[in-house]
Design a protein around this ligand. Sequence first.
Ligand code: SF4
Ligand code: SF4
Length: 75
Amino acid sequence: MNLVKIDAEKCKECGYCINFCPQKVVLGESTGINKKGYFPAIVVSMKDCIACGTCSRMCPEAAIEVIRDFEELGA
Ligand code: SF4
Ligand code: SF4
């Protein structure tokens, strides 16, 4: 399975990652706020991620890391 790591404290709730993800079910908005007062993006359905990297490239805060085949790497 792929892995998307979102640094919740960096997120400023712009929604780019959620809106531009081709697999619309992967990302959503948290119901809790971070220290900056934003509702950060969260991973809702990791299994549907195709590791395209779009969310990571779109994020203006560089808050997202995408790792393809996370388990297969033995990480
Ligand atoms: S890597 Fe691609 S499919 Fe996975 S969450 Fe990011 S935009 Fe969506
Ligand atoms: S693109 Fe980055 S800053 Fe914007 S909602 Fe997603 S994680 Fe947060």
